[in-house]
Design a protein around this ligand. Structure first.
Ligand code: G3H
Ligand code: ZN
Length: 286
């Protein structure tokens, strides 16, 4: 069934595990993520960036496509359709289109404006039973046109954003979108601890791809209850697709059927989902 994310993320927070939030780009990605969730028997947040939603044909299209896929696959685990890194306008559009959950990402606005707009989105969304994620500090690197300097979340700002009634909060703690550079210093656990002590809401770890498993699990013991993954699935899809094409490139006519061509990559996304979910998602992490 489709649910908002508030209850499942809160349950993860209390139960010391995390819900995987995976970005989708099309029907194959959606099917792979849903099949993985059903196989592992875990709730799942399936999210679209603004760019991916535009690519697929808009928020209404995405909502309808994901909902129809849940139905046609007979998915019984809880599924959330979530907007990832939404602008103020995008959050409003996704709310109107019937998303179950939205992220309003105001990291690039002056703090007072981020706060005021977060409040507005919370009011609009909660009136419709839709959960809301906000962002404090920023995530380094770039994802689908969203660029961040990677500044650490300020604890006082986090308290004010939490007081808006948001359901969970993305915090800059040294995390980066895309691939981590070799000289990356790791997550800032001191700041994560301060944030976790100061705010009651579950925290979201963006840039989940490529963070060593031990660091993610440690972060989960310190209040992180939603783990965002995008790049890892892209890399898995790319690798499997290349291998398939390489293997068949001299055999004219073999495997050009798009359903065959897309299958190895789709299976690789499902395997990535199941692997990560296996160590974040179905039992308490101590
Ligand atoms: O918002 C989505 C995520 O933060 C994904 O980050 O591509 O580094 O896994 P990633
Ligand atoms: Zn992100």
């Amino acid at each position: 069934p489709l649910v908002n994310a508030a209850e499942i993320v809160k349950a993860a927070h209390e139960g010391h595990y995390a819900i995987g939030a995976f970005n989708t780009n099309n029907l194959e990605w959606t099917r792979a993520i849903l099949a993985g969730a059903q196989e592992k028997n875990v709730p799942v947040i399936i999210q679209t960036s603004m760019g991916a939603a535009t690519y697929m044909g808009g928020y209404e299209f995405c909502k309808t496509m994901i909902e129809a896929t849940v139905k046609s696959m007979g998915i019984t685990v809880p599924v959330v359709i979530h907007l990832d890194h939404g602008s103020y306008d995008a959050a409003k559009e996704a709310i109107a289109a019937g998303y179950n959950s939205v992220m309003f990402d105001g990291h690039d606005l002056p703090f007072e404006e981020n706060l005021a707009k977060t409040k507005e989105i919370v009011a609009l969304a909660h009136a419709k039973g839709i959960s809301v994620e906000a962002e404090v500090g920023s995530i380094g690197g770039e994802e689908d046109g969203i660029v961040g300097e990677g500044e650490l979340a300020d604890v006082e700002e986090a308290k004010q954003i939490a007081a808006t009634g948001v359901d969970f909060m993305a915090a800059g703690i040294g995390n980066i979108h895309g691939q981590y550079p070799d000289n990356w210093k790791g997550l800032h656990f001191d700041r994560l601890q301060e944030l976790n002590d100061a705010v009651p809401v579950p925290l979201v770890l963006h840039g989940g791809s490529g963070i060593p498993q031990e660091q993610v699990q440690k972060a989960i013991t310190m209040g992180v209850s939603k783990l965002n993954i995008n790049t890892e699935c892209q890399l898995a899809f790319d690798k499997a697709t290349r291998e398939y094409i390489e293997a068949g490139k001299d055999q004219v006519g073999k495997g050009f059927d798009p359903r065959k061509l897309l299958k190895p990559g789709t299976d690789a996304i499902q395997a990535t989902f199941e692997e990560i979910t296996g160590w974040i998602g179905n039992k308490p992490i101590k």
